[in-house]
Ligand binder design. Structure first.
Ligand code: SAM
Length: 325
């Protein structure tokens, strides 16, 4: 379906939980966030109902995210049911990778096509500082599992933060020479600005690109691997690619094709728009497919032309782990 700005909306990002087995400093405040009550989160059956209605209005691609989607029990069953919807042609996952060795095989068998794995550093101690809980070796097991299972393209999401991991930009870029990985540098977004940790850490992708080209020479521009908002490049002779996701410095709203479903059952037409459309209450009051379809149409019509993140994050209620990154 086309929105009010003639963009085709065919992609739904589904947060299946706001729980996470990590506590990344830029994603969650240090004192954590109040975890929602079990009964407030959509059941897997409800998520499936919502995705079926989304398919009716033209959604073809689903990405499961969170929180950490792999901590949600039964995710493989959900993936299998969604894979059985004929017009859904792409099912992807954004994960920290830690539980991929445990669930990768069953997810692949269920119909998962590909994964994005978050990795901000190659240094074990730094990884622990950024994630407050994690072990870097576990993420590498996850990455190797994804490669072994051909969950391709295997993309790596790296948030670059000044004074934290900007000294690793070259090493992270070099990964694409050594392994068939697609490393995407993501600009730090001021989401949940009550989190003082993000202030002053922003570094533009233009600066990241300059650091890379200064060292490696000019980059060959590539067609985007898979689909998504990254601008893609390759180091000469590399197995993988380098991407830049410039959410802040050069927004890609004119190509935006997505909606988001929060784990609590709200549709968000833009990551940065405060307005949400509740699906949970209608669902629990017995709304049928037609009614859900109408709510999707309403959300699509609500999509703003572009985000206003440069003016600041105004949704003081929410942090990234609650919306679904
Ligand atoms: N737990 C999963 C993971 O680690 O990928 C999925 C959820 S996480 C919220 C999704 C992505 O959002 C991660 O790649 C994370 O780095 C990114 N993210 C979270 N907060 C961010 C922020 N303030 N700015 C930029 N990216 C952010």
């Amino acid at each position: 379906m086309l929105d009010g700005y003639k963009r085709e909306i065919n992609y739904l990002r589904v947060s299946v939980t706001d729980r996470c087995n990590l506590r990344c400093v830029y994603c969650m405040p240090s004192d954590g966030v109040a975890i929602s009550r079990h009964e407030d989160v959509l059941t897997l059956e409800e998520i499936e109902q919502v995705i079926r209605a989304a398919a009716d209005v033209g959604v073809r691609k689903i990405r499961f995210t969170g929180g950490e989607p792999l901590v949600r029990k039964g995710l493989s069953d959900l993936v299998r049911n969604i894979d059985a919807i004929p017009i859904i042609d792409d099912i992807a996952l954004t994960t920290n990778g830690i539980l991929l060795p445990k669930y990768g095989e069953e997810l692949k068998a269920a119909g998962l096509k590909r994964v994005n794995i978050s990795l901000d550093t190659l240094k074990p101690e730094r990884f622990r500082e950024i994630t407050r809980l994690g072990n870097l070796a576990d993420v590498w097991e996850g990455i190797n599992t994804a490669l072994r299972l051909h969950l391709n393209p295997v993309k790596i999401n790296t948030v670059v933060m000044r004074g934290i991991n900007d000294d690793e930009i070259l090493d992270l870029a070099r990964l694409t020479m050594e392994m068939p990985l697609h490393v995407r540098f993501i600009e730090l977004m001021p989401i949940g600005t009550q989190n003082p940790w993000v202030m002053g850490r922003y570094i533009s992708d233009e600066e990241v690109k300059q650091i890379i080209t200064k060292h490696f020479g000019s980059l060959e521009e590539q067609k985007v691997v898979g689909n998504g908002p990254a601008r893609c490049f390759k180091l000469p002779g590399a197995m993988g690619t380098i991407g830049f996701i410039t959410a802040l410095s050069n927004h890609f709203c004119q190509q935006c094709n997505r909606l988001r479903l929060t784990s609590m059952g709200s549709l968000r037409s833009c990551l940065y728009a405060e307005q949400e459309i509740d699906l949970k209450v209608p669902l629990r009051q017995g709304a049928g497919r037609k009614e859900l379809r109408n709510l999707f149409t309403k959300a699509i019509n609500l999509k703003p032309e572009k985000h206003k993140l440069s003016e600041g994050w105004r949704d003081s209620e929410r942090v990234m782990s609650q919306i679904g990154g």
